[in-house]
Design a protein around this ligand. Structure first.
Ligand SMILES: Nc1nc2c(ncn2[C@@H]2O[C@H](COP(=O)(O)OP(=O)(O)OP(=O)(O)O)[C@@H](O)[C@H]2O)c(=O)[nH]1
Ligand SMILES: *[C@@H]1O[C@H](CO)[C@@H](O)[C@H](O)[C@H]1NC(C)=O
Ligand SMILES: *[C@@H]1O[C@H](CO)[C@@H](O)[C@H](O)[C@H]1NC(C)=O
Ligand SMILES: [Mg+2]
Length: 398
């Protein structure tokens, strides 16, 4: 590296010259015919992010904006290009999650999306940093967008009785329940339950694959799971299921029972009550699909049954007075308001979040070139709910 050997004055003039040259080159190469509209050159967002950059980073940012040497050809009618679903990958994350985000995106890109090029949507309750966007965008050729979550779909609503909410938090903290005292965790669970699919970056899509920071994807995926869902009339796909912490949802099941007795018309005749209840609906057995992985249909969440269901739950305040998770809420709705054959166990997707893994077995493990240990598999562990799912119908697993 030569720069450190030069004086500060030399360095500054070299950098200024570099910026000047790159600006000139850039504006010479950009023309409307290239498909790079001039509004894209310096969007307010980019100007905003550059405002906080040093001069060296600024020259780098300008160089970054230069169009690639060869623009991607587009063949909208080429029959050799396989059918694509109306789908996106989505991740909720904080700026501080960056390393885990990069790790998850890197793996999903390598194992699946490099071939399929589905867009990515990242959501945050605070603006994503310049560094976050730069480090994430570089990982894929697919479209990447970064969205801010509207405050009213994130923060604790003003009509919540804060005194009562505080008591609820203190009680869960005393019981040692994970995130028992956290308001931001509650915001996250409520957002994932009732609002993410209405975010303006997600409304253009029907299907989504939810990804979290710091998860593992172990196997190659050679087919398109969104197209699979569509072709098989599926609504909700999962990899891991387990029971919820009882004290976090003390009154959830009674609210669910009230809702379905008011609205029996939403309950599917071929529902999966046997997944979530061991006594035909009298009590909840705490089983849920682990929602940090989901491949599902947002139009189901946007539909009448789920909308009314969520509004009903929301009005009880249970997201804040207790600590209702999006996993039991999604799972109960998917179990009751869809047909059981519309739920799908992605047994061929090797996945790990925290200490729980699903590792494909046998032929699927070999063909997926899976890097997981087939014995590190939660499927039939003591606490797994997979056997509850499988008892719904044996023919589904033939
Ligand atoms: N923007 C933002 N994202 C959040 C916040 N809290 C959680 N998330 C995201 O929501 C998802 C779930 O949150 P986690 O804290 O990982 O919760 P968890 O998966 O139940 O628990 P862990 O075992 O700790 O991973 C992750 O994608 C987080 O990045 C928050 O306050 N702001
Ligand atoms: C994708 O799905 C969304 C939600 O159903 C819909 O509004 C949109 O029109 C669809 N887009 C295409 C191209 O079909
Ligand atoms: C429920 O499933 C059975 C077979 O499992 C089928 O014959 C019936 O049509 C289904 N009913 C509905 C409403 O989907
Ligand atoms: Mg997590």
């Amino acid at each position: 590296m030569v720069l450190p050997l030069l004086t500060a004055v030399h360095r500054r003039s070299i950098i200024i010259a570099l910026i000047t040259v790159s600006c000139v080159c850039y504006f010479m190469t950009v023309s409307p015919e290239d498909g790079y509209s001039s509004s894209k050159i310096l969007s307010p967002e980019q100007l905003d992010s550059m405002g906080v950059l040093g001069i060296a980073q600024m020259s780098e940012a300008l160089l970054d904006l230069a169009p690639p040497a060869e623009s991607k050809p587009s063949h909208p009618h080429d029959p050799s290009i396989p059918r694509r679903a109306n789908a996106t990958l989505v991740m909720l994350a904080r700026n501080s999650d960056l390393d885990g985000v990069v790790s998850s995106v890197e793996q999903l890109e390598a194992k699946f999306n490099r071939k399929f090029n589905y867009p990515w949507v990242f959501l945050n309750d605070e603006p994503f940093s310049y560094d976050f966007k730069r480090r994430v965008k570089v990982l894929t050729d697919a479209d990447v967008s970064f969205g801010l979550i509207p405050r009213e779909t994130w923060v604790q609503p003003p009509w919540i009785d804060e005194e009562r909410a505080r008591k609820g938090r203190n009680m869960l903290m005393k019981e040692g329940v994970i995130y028992g005292g956290s308001v931001s965790y509650r915001n996250m669970c409520r957002f994932n339950s009732g609002f993410f699919f209405h975010h303006e970056l997600l409304t253009p899509y029907k299907w989504y694959w939810r990804v979290e920071p710091d998860v593992r994807f172990y196997c190659d995926l050679e087919y398109d799971p969104f197209v699979f869902m569509e072709d098989h009339d599926k609504i909700y796909g999962f990899t891991i299921s387990m029971p919820e912490w009882k004290p976090t949802i003390t009154s959830l099941w009674s609210a669910v029972k009230e809702f379905i007795s008011d609205h029996p018309e939403y309950v599917s005749p071929n529902n999966s009550m046997d997944f979530i209840s061991d006594d035909a609906g009298d009590t909840y057995n705490m089983c849920h699909f682990w929602s940090n992985f989901e491949i599902a249909d947002m139009d189901f969440w946007r539909g009448e049954a789920y909308t009314k269901f969520f509004d009903y739950l929301e009005n009880t305040g249970g997201f804040y007075y207790e600590r209702w998770g999006d996993a039991p809420i999604h799972s109960i709705a998917a179990a009751l308001f869809t047909r059981k054959d519309q739920l799908h166990f992605f047994k061929d997707i090797g996945y790990k979040h925290a200490e729980f893994a699903h590792c494909p077995q046998g032929r699927q493990w070999r063909e997926g070139h899976c890097s997981c240990n087939p014995n590190d598999n939660f499927d039939f562990a003591q606490n797994s709910c997979l056997r509850h799912f499988m008892r719904l119908d044996d023919w589904m697993f033939g």
